[in-house]
Design a protein around this ligand. Structure first.
Ligand code: ADP
Ligand code: MG
Length: 502
């Protein structure tokens, strides 16, 4: 070998060595990053842990707060509002009733013909109307006039056999899913608007009076017989189809629960004891908080930057509005601290609420071998083009951690209600069933969430007690529920019966 050739070989070898060193260094850097990302994931998993023992503490805290909220106004983070609903539907209801369901940018008008025990729901019709954005921030009269006009138009389409008895007023159940201080079954003052509504002149006003005036202006003779929210509507709808229903839980954008309490067990109730002995309590459980809730720095930051810091803490850990956002926050941290998505943090990942819970749910349920759905979501939503299978697996794992915590805490909340009612143990003599009516988009569509929640209820209660606990989907019970409550609180109640006796 000549001198030149030897020199070239040496240079080549050096280059190979250098290249190899680069690869090794790159690998080391990558494995360092990967280790850091895994540490963040592991840390999240630990902090979100909900072993049964911890859940039992949450159950007890829920029960304690329920007692405190029932004892006095402002006694607890749980408002435990008295709904004035003391007459849940029995199935005997007869006649034509209306409902109006207002709780977001759409409202629904509903009419049901009830045929008593045999006939049940003979006929049901509804129409959905969207609210023009300018009416969401205008005046109270404008909004209610718009709603009353739609209602009047709907009433005008009453068909064959769909009429109220001559000389009688039509009756309406009003599902109004905004915070209201109820003053009777059919009146209540608006505390504040939420969900993008801001109509200053109606705050503090009686929303039933506002609606009634608008109906009069529209030439519609209709009486609001019951004012409720979606949770109580769901409870009523659930009870109508199953008399063992004792509570309702909504898991949608937000979350809430309502249940049937024994009236004597409500110290702050200063009215007459209802004939039924029962009273529905609107828990407003989204505002529950406890030192036993497993909260992370991500939850703290989410809360601090939210529109309502310090409020709705339970809701911020379990409901559909927030689950995807928690995942985003953890991914963002992994991108910043462990370069999980490469040297730069994907700009889209920094946008709050860009990762919605339905997208999280789609990734979590991805069963394809290469986690294609995860890859596509990352590409479409976060504009992260290339992700390895390993990265996708980490993301699925993260979705699982966040959803599992939410589902297991929801289960603890449900058991808290059962415990308050003394239905968390087996009593030898009465093996009564306890049915909880569930509704909301999160419960309905996030299968891994609802399955985990249902399994956790069983896990906390044990096999024997669980045999008597049923969780039932009350599909869209809130609209028909309000119509049923109009029937069970009708001004003509009792008249029909006395008619038949004489
Ligand atoms: P709302 O609570 O606003 O009355 P819904 O009960 O219909 O409305 O619930 C809608 C919410 O349910 C959404 O905001 C979302 O968080 C959640 N959701 C809807 N679809 C899915 C899905 N496929 N997977 C997970 N969550 C979903
Ligand atoms: Mg809803």
């Amino acid at each position: 070998m000549g001198k030149v050739a030897v020199g070239a070989a040496v240079i080549c070898a050096a280059a190979v060595c250098a290249a190899a060193a680069l690869v090794v260094r790159h690998r080391m850097k990558c494995s360092g990053r990967w280790a850091r990302a895994m540490a963040i994931l592991k840390d999240m998993e630990e902090k979100c842990g909900t072993p049964t023992g911890k859940l039992r503490q949450v159950v007890d805290a829920m029960t304690v707060e329920m007692h405190a909220g029932l004892a006095s106004e402002g006694g607890s983070k749980l408002k435990m509002l008295i709904s004035y609903v003391d007459n849940l539907p029995t199935g005997d209801e007869k006649g034509l009733f209306y409902a109006l369901d207002l709780g977001g940018t759409n409202f629904r008008v509903i009419r049901v013909l009830l045929g008593g025990k045999e006939g049940r729901v003979v006929k049901q019709e509804f129409e959905e109307v969207s609210i023009p954005p300018h009416l969401m921030t205008g005046s109270s009269d404008d909004l209610f006039d718009y709603i009353a006009a739609a209602l009047a138009k709907f009433v005008a389409t009453e068909g064959e056999g769909l009429h109220v008895s001559p000389g009688r007023q039509r009756e309406l159940g009003f599902t109004f899913s905004f915070p209201v201080r109820q003053t009777s079954i059919s009146s209540g003052n608006l505390i504040k608007w939420t969900k993008g509504f801001s109509i200053e002149d109606s705050v503090g006003q009686d929303v039933v009076a506002e609606l009634t005036k608008a109906m009069e202006r529209a030439g519609l003779d209709m009486r609001v017989a019951a004012l409720v929210n979606d949770t109580i509507g769901t409870l009523a709808g659930g009870r109508y189809s199953n008399q063992d229903v004792i509570a309702a839980v909504i898991l949608g954008t937000g979350t809430n629960a309502a249940y049937v309490e024994r009236a004597y067990a409500i110290p702050k109730w200063h009215g007459l004891l209802p004939k039924s002995g029962e009273m529905v309590i609107n828990m407003e459980w989204g505002n529950f908080r406890s030192s036993h809730l497993p909260l992370t720095e991500y939850d703290q930051a989410l809360d601090a930057e939210s529109l309502n810091p310090g409020e709705q803490i339970f809701e911020k850990v379990i409901s559909g509005m927030y689950l995807g956002e928690i995942v985003r926050r953890v991914l963002c941290h992994m991108a910043e601290e462990a370069a999980f998505f490469g040297d730069t943090v994907p700009p889209k990942l920094k946008i709050p609420f860009i990762l919605r819970t339905p997208d999280m749910s789609a990734m979590h349920h991805d069963t394809s071998s290469d986690l294609r759905v995860v890859g596509n979501k990352l590409k479409d939503i976060l504009e992260i083009p290339n992700t390895s299978l390993k990265m996708r697996e980490v993301i699925v794992e993260l979705c699982d951690i966040v959803a599992t915590r939410g589902a297991r805490l929801s289960a603890a909340g449900i058991v808290g209600i059962l415990k308050k009612l003394g239905r968390d143990t087996v009593k030898d003599v009465e093996k009564q069933k306890s049915v909880i009516a569930l509704d909301g988009g999160l419960y309905e569509h996030y299968t891994k969430f609802s399955t985990c929640m249902e399994n956790t209820v069983k896990e906390i209660l044990g096999e024997e007690v669980s045999e008597n606990i049923v969780i039932e989907h009350s599909n869209d019970g809130s609209g028909i529920g309000a119509a049923l409550l109009a029937a069970s609180h009708s001004q003509y109640l009792g008249i029909d019966e006395s008619f038949s006796t004489f």
